[in-house]
Ligand binder design. Sequence first.
Ligand code: ADP
Ligand code: ASP
Ligand code: MG
Length: 407
Amino acid sequence: MKSLLVQKFGGSSVADAECMRRVANRIRQDKDDGNDIVVVVSAMGKTTDRLIALAREVHADPDDREYDQLLATGEQISISILAMALHHLGVEAVSMTGPQAGIRTDGSHTRAKITGIDPVRVRENLDRGRVVIVAGFQGLNPIADVATLGRGGSDLTAVAMAAALKADRCQIFTDVDGVYTADPRVVPSARKLEVIAFDEMLELASLGAKVLQSRSVEFAKKHGVELEVLTSFERKPGTLVKEASDMEDVLVRGVAADKNQAKVTLRGVKDTPGVAAHLFKAVAEAGVNVDVIVQNISEEGETDISFTVPRDDLNDVRKCLQSIENVEFREDLYDDTIAKVTLVGVGMRSHTGVASSMFEALAERNINIQMISTSEIRVSVVIDEESANIACQALHTAFGLDQAPDS
Ligand code: ADP
Ligand code: ASP
Ligand code: MG
């Protein structure tokens, strides 16, 4: 049966000319099977990292507009090279930048949100039997400047394009063959999952599993986009991400570690009504997302407050606390050697005891827990970064996620 497929190829899948030729071949096969195909590509290999380093060589804090202008070029190289590789195989294909494909964003450079897609040109070209190749990670903002969607943003381009075109499926091709119970590069006994619930994938993605960008999962759930993660290196089924309603509830589906975290501690905070409100309002106004928060029991009118923030935002928080009004404290401490390790599973909704078994497994490895946070379907702990990989492996085994040794 003829389907409309949106296929996204990540940086490692299009790293060099040979990879491009392989991807082009795979697209040709799906096209020859009678499918309509829109391709979304990332920048080749580590291009985006290299562009960021280049910008920093000339300015420590580059202008956001120019930064986006620069970063968007990475994906533009990929689209034209892939179009040429398809032409070489005799496949009709046309490349489009995000703006040419009708992708509109809001005004926030470097982490813009997609506000709408008007895919007229994409449709026209599909109707002419062409493969349309769209640059991931970019769109046009309200003042007609190019804006980028945040790291890993090509996943979001693909999902949003699939929703706008009402595609039959959005396929995310990457360098692993699906979503695993843990990062297979950290936990060698991790198992590939056939299916995972949107809510579970969302927690894993926002808590460190970079196999899918978390906003793309959120978007797919909201718009009912059928999402599949699979390898671009072989033809075999990957992992389907879908609603949990028709899935078996498992207690723990997976483990994730987020090492891009830092902890801020304020010692001797004057414990008066409104102090937390002032503190977190100021941090929010600095554009920083706070995650786990712990406040100690107050003694003699003073308390300690600790919270976690993305590591890249630590300097912004430091600046913000140096000039904060209405919050008095004795000392501010910053620790950028922590990690957050999380267990996720929809089955936790109806079972108890996951947290205590988790703490026990960590205690057995002598891993000290600094902070704890839970939701309906996850338990997270903040620990020393050095212990993060051991913690993932220990929890993976303790919750029976290891694959059978002979499989
Ligand atoms: P791409 O360049 O294709 O976007 P990414 O590097 O963004 O690829 O994501 C793929 C990587 O995600 C894998 O190489 C793997 O190391 C990592 N990863 C982390 N957690 C998981 C997980 N639970 N399942 C699969 N891969 C994971
Ligand atoms: N090239 C961008 C990045 O490296 C977007 C993406 O790959 O999804 O973050
Ligand atoms: Mg990615």
